[in-house]
Design a protein around this ligand. Sequence first.
Ligand code: DQA
Length: 143
Amino acid sequence: MKILVLNGPNLASLGRRQVEIYGKATLADIETAIRQRAQQLRCEVECVQSNHEGELIDQLERLGPGCDGVIVNPGALTHTSLALYDALLGCGKPVVEVHLSNLYKREEFRHRSVTAPAAVGVIMGLGPAGYLLALDYLAGQKS
Ligand code: DQA
């Protein structure tokens, strides 16, 4: 089983960016934790981050067919990107959307996710643990 982990704009700045909201863990810390959990679950992960909408879609097109599921944190594209929504829907794989912060505790423009309807579920507000919970879920979907 192989899971694609996609992180969108500004997530490479985790650990420095608004630490009061996103915490001190860097993206490298989060990806290390994901890889460790994946090893325990005996699944493979491919981690991709890009600040560019088209690049995320290109990577999804390229890597999606070889994957059994997708974990995505689209960053601010969550609230704007119909193109990413279409790509997630079109990949035909189970998608779990993850947000480090609880979007409902934040500005109103963050309350709407245009990408979430492409996901089987959304995990938010639990920090980096959300990625691990998403991985547990997807790894349990196929044996
Ligand atoms: C985020 C929430 C988004 O609103 C924001 O633009 C991000 C991070 C989160 O993980 O909480 O970049 O997706």
